[in-house]
Write a new protein. Structure first.
Length: 570
């Protein structure tokens, strides 16, 4: 993945006398299919929406053509503004028109989730201290610039030092430890008092880092010429300023002269023709001036560190992946334990459900519960998003439902209570569609309440299937104070079944990228007249998987069938 180093645009200078280095504000866009895209907010106004003319094009359901804008005010604060979009913009679970953003805010735009990261100081060097950058160009004088790949170490003592350094690197697999080893070698060989390492990182997952060694060195005393750093990074050149008194205009570089800096070295760290960082060091007036052999040595160190850092990152990534896989396997076991495996046995009723995930864990929750008063409750919930965050919220839904069920008299009251509980704590941009059915097993009469969930389907004994249109409210976890209505339903005295499902079934993609859709689901359900509840679920699942023709599922889907059995039936 392409990277950008700080001096090339990921960092900016704060206004004022000192050029404190800050990381620009960023956003991470998370799509429903699990894709993530990082973006630096590198302009004062950034428009987003579905239309191609936007600075940030969001191609997802629920996003308007010109949905909204990110705005930076004169004080450097970032705002988000909704541009009269059809579905609105949600920040931290609240619909907004315009809002000042804070670090970590989660924005929901249709089915897209955007996480905002505010401007941050690059390093916590301490109060009032940071590395500074100078914009004035270096003058010819004693400046030497060479392509890093052309420099070779010829001194035997330095070669021995490089061999010893390489030997020590073999035992280090952490980036900070590699930097410690490199700085110790450079400080010893070049008699430097401090060394600055700049490391690029994958912008979608981590900000660039600047490290000063030894750890106790005063970062506030370090000034790096932007033109030197730009030449080092963009041109992959190693730069030596042998004598600052010859190269620097004291009137423009007062702080450099006052700091007693005599010589400067700045070399790129290159891996596979890609700059992954830089090494900077300077020497004081009382020390010796750097020479070209010092530049050669620093370049060799930079090349070795670049390779070692990339290897360390690969090892770290592999370890993180293994740990995540183990954690997800454990989470899957926990989720399977939460979801029902034994269904209620009621005279005249047959119940069965199944859950199919597109990842290790899913965000669907379903259940069938017989309350103490004898009513049968059917529940189906679908958390926005996928993977571990959705699975955690689905587990919360399970826990909250179990605690509320005996205290609620109707499906609408249960949804209202669930919505209130979800909004008491941050959902990090997630919301839940949910459907609740309460049936009286003796009469077949029931109530249905829905929070943005697809309509349930009724399968008649004569081979007909239809959607039951119900009062459908706002998804859970979006609007405070939402009250959910209810729709009455009645099972005929003969055989018939109700099918609850999540939209992963209707939105499953076939080989031609066409969705399965509600009509195909109705047809699949109609073919199940007279089937047991288990056979209804298995048959519908088979129809969906046949339609997908081996294409991996893009979303979780869950099916729950409840069938009324005629007298003498099975």
């Amino acid at each position: 993945m392409a990277r950008k180093l700080s001096a090339c645009g990921v960092l900016f200078r704060s206004p004022g006398k000192s050029d404190t280095v800050y990381v620009m504000a960023t956003i991470v866009v998370r799509y429903p299919d699990g894709r993530e895209l990082g973006r630096v907010l590198d302009r004062d106004v950034l428009a987003f929406g579905k239309a191609d003319g936007n600075d940030l094009v969001l191609n997802a359901r629920g996003v308007s053509r010109e949905h909204g804008r990110f705005l930076r005010d004169c004080d450097g604060r970032w705002w988000i503004e909704d541009r009269d979009s059809s579905n609105g913009t949600i920040v931290q679970g609240r619909l907004i028109k315009k809002r000042c953003l804070e670090d970590g805010d989660v924005i929901v735009v249709g089915q897209v989730q955007i996480v905002f990261a505010a401007d941050q100081p690059e390093l916590p060097f301490g109060r009032g201290s940071a590395i500074s950058f100078s914009d004035a160009p270096e003058t010819p004088g004693s400046t030497v610039a060479r392509q890093a790949s052309d420099l070779m170490v010829r001194d035997s003592a330095r070669l021995s030092a490089l061999y010893e350094f390489a030997r020590r690197l073999m035992g280090r697999h952490d980036v900070s430890g590699l930097v410690d080893e490199a700085s110790a070698t450079l400080i010893s060989a070049l008699h430097a008092q401090r060394v600055v390492f700049g490391l690029t990182c994958d912008p979608e997952h981590e900000s660039d880092r600047v490290l000063v060694r030894p750890a106790g060195a005063a970062a506030a005393e370090v000034m790096i010429s932007r033109s030197v750093l730009r030449r080092t990074i963009a041109g992959q050149q190693a730069v030596l300023i042998a004598d600052t008194s010859a190269d620097l205009d004291a009137r423009q570089y007062e702080s450099v002269i006052a700091g007693g800096i005599r010589s400067v070295l700045c070399v790129p760290m290159v891996r596979d023709d890609e700059v992954i960082g830089f090494i900077y060091t300077d020497n004081r007036l009382h020390g010796r001036a750097y020479i070209e052999s010092d530049l050669e040595f620093a370049c060799a160190i930079g090349a070795m560190v670049a390779t070692a850092v990339e290897n360390a990152r690969l090892i770290e990534a592999k370890m993180v992946k293994q740990r995540l896989e183990a954690e997800l396997a454990g989470a899957r076991r926990v989720q399977q334990a939460i979801l029902p495996s034994v269904w209620p046995r009621l005279d005249g009723w047959d119940i069965y459900g199944a859950h199919f995930t597109c990842r290790e864990v899913g965000g669907d929750y379903y259940d069938a519960i017989v309350a103490e008063d004898g009513h049968l409750w059917l529940l189906m919930a679908d958390v926005s998003g996928k993977g571990a965050p959705a699975a955690l919220l689905a587990s919360r839904m399970h826990a909250m439902t179990q605690g509320l069920l005996e205290r609620c008299d109707s499906p609408g009251q249960l949804l209202t209570s669930l919505n209130d509980l979800l909004l008491r704590r941050s959902l990090e941009g997630l919301f839940v569609t949910c459907q609740v059915v309460r049936l009286s097993p003796d009469t077949g009469d029931g109530l249905i309440a829905s929070a943005g969930h697809p309509y349930p389907m009724y399968i008649g004994s004569g081979g007909d299937a239809r959607s039951w249109c119900v009062d459908n409210g706002c998804p859970l976890g979006i609007l405070h104070g939402t009250v959910y209505g209810e729709t009455s339903c009645t099972f005929p005295t003969g055989e018939g079944a109700i099918l609850l499902y999540t939209d992963g079934a209707t939105e499953a993609f076939g080989g031609n990228l066409e969705q399965f859709g509600e009509e195909r689901l109705l047809a699949a359900a109609a073919s199940c007249a007279g089937y047991t509840a288990r056979k209804v679920v298995e048959n519908v699942r088979r129809e969906v998987e046949t339609f997908c023709a081996g294409r991996p599922p893009s979303d979780d889907f869950t099916l729950l069938a409840c069938r009324r059995v005629a007298a003498g039936g099975k």
